[in-house]
Design a protein around this ligand. Structure first.
Ligand code: PGA
Length: 260
């Protein structure tokens, strides 16, 4: 019997947006979210500078907000960095950590991602820990080894109680922004692997939400979210249009997991 976990869909705006356009998008999402089934949780991760705007426009709605990164430091002489505590000041519910774009363009190591995860947890912000393999790694058969090592680096520094509070997002690098989503079978297979890895950390950790990310669109979301170990999605491009994002959120419910 597969346990029913509630679904979570989070938007990742990346470096998109301006005040005026954001207002329309945030208001559209907040309003549309009212019609979503109660078992779907929704969030949007915005650029740091728009956290205050998200707080102002989403406060009191069912949509949570968050950042796309946090510093590995608590505070200090780190010009340009933003601490998890600062993000928490704006009542952020989530912080993405270890997104593949940060691992690739900012040289973030598994150990650094682990520290960022700790900082977010310490500030009371739920970290969304991203893992994923490149096309080359997949083609050489190293997918499980790569995502396993990325997840293990984080689990290694957390207690069982802490680990139970994270969210994990599987985002194959080759599927991000390419229009080429993983097939449902490919995604479910990696999710099942990650689920087992989480369960090995402790019974409480087994039910950590496992999101899939990488070219999720309104027309492929329902099938992905129906998989036994896919608890929702991390949505890039399609989170920039209220209608598309809401359609993906709506697909999360009908897709109550099939027995796996
Ligand atoms: P995408 O991005 O939905 O545009 O592929 C997902 C992500 O990078 O979080």
């Amino acid at each position: 019997m597969t346990k029913q976990r509630s679904k979570l869909v989070v938007g990742n705006w990346k470096m998109h947006g301006r005040l005026a356009a954001n207002a329309a998008l945030l208001e559209g999402v907040a309003q549309g979210a009212q019609a979503l089934p109660a078992d779907v949780r929704v969030g949007v991760c915005v650029p740091f500078v728009y956290l205050a705007q998200a707080q102002a426009l989403l406060g009191g709605s069912r949509v949570a907000w968050g950042s796309q990164d946090v510093s590995a430091h608590e505070q200090g002489a780190y010009t340009g960095e933003v601490a998890a505590g600062m993000v928490a000041d704006f009542e952020a519910g989530f912080a993405i950590v270890g997104h593949s774009e940060r691992r690739a363009y900012h040289g973030e190591s598994p150990e650094l991602v682990a520290v960022k995860t700790q900082r977010a947890l310490a500030a009371g912000v739920t970290p969304i820990v991203c893992v994923g393999e490149t096309l080359e790694e997949r083609e050489s058969g190293a997918t499980e080894q790569v995502v396993g090592a990325q997840l293990d680096a984080v689990l290694a520094v957390l207690s069982e109680q802490e680990a139970a509070q994270i969210v994990v997002a599987y985002e194959p690098v080759w599927a991000i922004g390419t229009g080429r989503s993983a097939t449902t079978q490919q995604a479910q297979q990696v999710h099942a692997f990650l689920r087992a890895r989480l369960a090995a950390k402790g019974a409480n950790v087994a039910d950590v939400p496992l999101l899939y990310g990488g070219s999720v669109k309104p027309d492929n979301a329902a099938e992905l979210f129906r998989q036994a170990d896919i608890d929702g999605g991390l949505i890039g491009g399609a989170s920039l249009k209220a209608q598309d994002f809401l359609a993906i959120c709506a697909a999360a419910t009908a897709g109550a997991s099939v027995a796996g």
